[in-house]
Design a protein around this ligand. Structure first.
Ligand code: ADP
Length: 391
């Protein structure tokens, strides 16, 4: 049976970046988008505009597709379970996806079934419990909403016991009155953050990309360096195994990104999981033999997966955030004239301050040189520096 019509739910840049490999693979990729002007809706041929939390909308969309996959993790699992009981292939399925939707479920599952390294954590029902947790392990602590967080929204650093009510009040107001569970976590004074991207197919084949160092500012990923500088082979192997074990344990189909924090003694703890192509894997588009987007589609179709190895010794990705330039394509002249090996991906989104509107990739033999080129291009596109590098 032909299984080549894939429906993607969510119209952001991740769906958009699936489109080029879908063309190459001859797949009919269709989109359920939040609005007609979102980044992916501007490039897909078949676009349905509708609300992904509305069961009938999702069902109608899915009825025209053989397989459903995602640009984000927010489709209610109840809807996905109904699709599965209608016989639709949902990849990754709701049983896996719930661990990317809910950080408390993720912490419980990874602790009980894999003994995966985690910060000290505890589910806290109210401010008193969070306060007691902080008093037990010592302030500062981190509080996290179990659901609905993104780019650092839903994560609070709690310095003293008086601040323990803040996450409950803010999470409640953000969730429109629906109760959100709060997790107390040890504040990890990490040396750096890392990410490992694994892709797994339903048959159980899995590949793992080299581990990246990720640099976040204000909760937003700004840069990745691959491979993570200074990571020993032994640490890289341990992290790779952890990623593969999680993908297998949760029976994930497609991309799994495991975000990690590396302590000053070199050990790592899992921060969170994402089950879709991930910002920290954008370097793979130009820097790896097979991109995370192509491998995600191959996994969704249960095709053999492509080579995840890097093409060059170093690859640096820098995100472009909205700045003073509104018309980004017209700013490419300087970037490309200066650096013929520079790769740029623009997301077709309206430029707003601080919003991710694109990324650049540079690769080569010398990390300082590669990083310098990537940062120059991104800062230029953000309007932070002029043509000669001046502020
Ligand atoms: P989001 O879902 O919004 O991306 P994360 O759980 O990834 O939230 O947390 C966002 C950032 O907060 C992380 O990238 C990390 O920098 C910081 N952070 C999260 N948990 C901890 C922790 N336990 N200790 C120290 N910093 C943390």
């Amino acid at each position: 049976m032909s299984r080549s019509t894939i429906g993607v739910i969510g119209g952001g840049q991740l769906a958009r970046m699936m489109y080029a490999p879908a063309i190459k693979l001859g797949i009919d990729l269709r989109l359920l988008a939040e609005g007609p002007d979102v980044g992916a809706a501007r490039v897909f041929k078949h676009v349905t505009v509708g609300d992904y939390t509305d069961e009938q909308t999702v069902r109608d969309f899915a009825s025209e597709c053989d397989i459903i996959t995602f640009d984000h993790e927010h489709v209610p699992t109840s809807i996905l379970r109904h699709l599965e009981s209608d016989g639709k292939l949902v990849r990754p399925g709701p049983d896996a996806l719930q661990y990317a939707q809910d950080k408390l479920l993720m912490r419980e599952r990874l602790t009980t079934s894999l003994d995966a390294p985690a910060p000290v954590w505890q589910a806290c029902a109210d401010a008193d419990e969070l306060k007691a947790f902080g008093e037990r392990i010592g302030f500062p602590i981190i509080a996290k909403a179990s659901r609905g967080g993104y780019d650092g929204h839903g994560v609070w650093k709690i310095e003293t016991s008086d601040q323990a009510s803040i996450p409950f009040a803010e999470a409640l107001s953000r969730s429109a009155g629906e109760k959100v569970e709060i997790i107390g976590e040890e504040f990890v004074d990490f040396a750096r953050e890392l990410s490992v991207i694994v892709v797994r197919s339903p048959s159980g084949q899995a590949v793992c990309y080299p581990v990246s160092e990720t640099i976040q500012k204000a909760g937003v990923c700004r840069e990745t360096i691959t491979p993570a500088p200074g990571l020993s082979d032994e640490q890289a192997t341990r992290i790779t195994k952890l990623g593969l074990d999680i993908a297998d344990e949760l029976q994930i189909t497609g991309v799994l990104a495991v975000e990690l924090m590396q302590r000053r003694d070199g050990s790592v703890v899992v921060n969170e999981l994402a089950m879709r192509p991930h910002n920290t894997g954008h370097w793979t588009i130009d820097g790896a033999h097979t991109s995370q987007f192509e491998n995600h589609l191959r996994a969704v179709l249960d095709l053999p997966l492509g080579d995840p190895r890097a093409r060059d010794p170093w690859c640096v990705m820098v995100n472009v955030l909205g700045g003073s330039h509104e018309d980004l394509p017209s700013e490419l002249l300087h970037c490309f004239a200066r650096d013929p090996k520079l790769r740029v991906e623009l997301y077709g989104k309206q430029v707003r301050p601080g919003r991710k509107v694109g990324h650049v990739n540079c690769y080569g033999d010398d990390l300082d040189e590669v990083r310098g080129r990537a940062e120059h291009a991104a800062r230029y596109l953000m309007g932070e520096i002029g043509m000669k590098g001046e502020r």
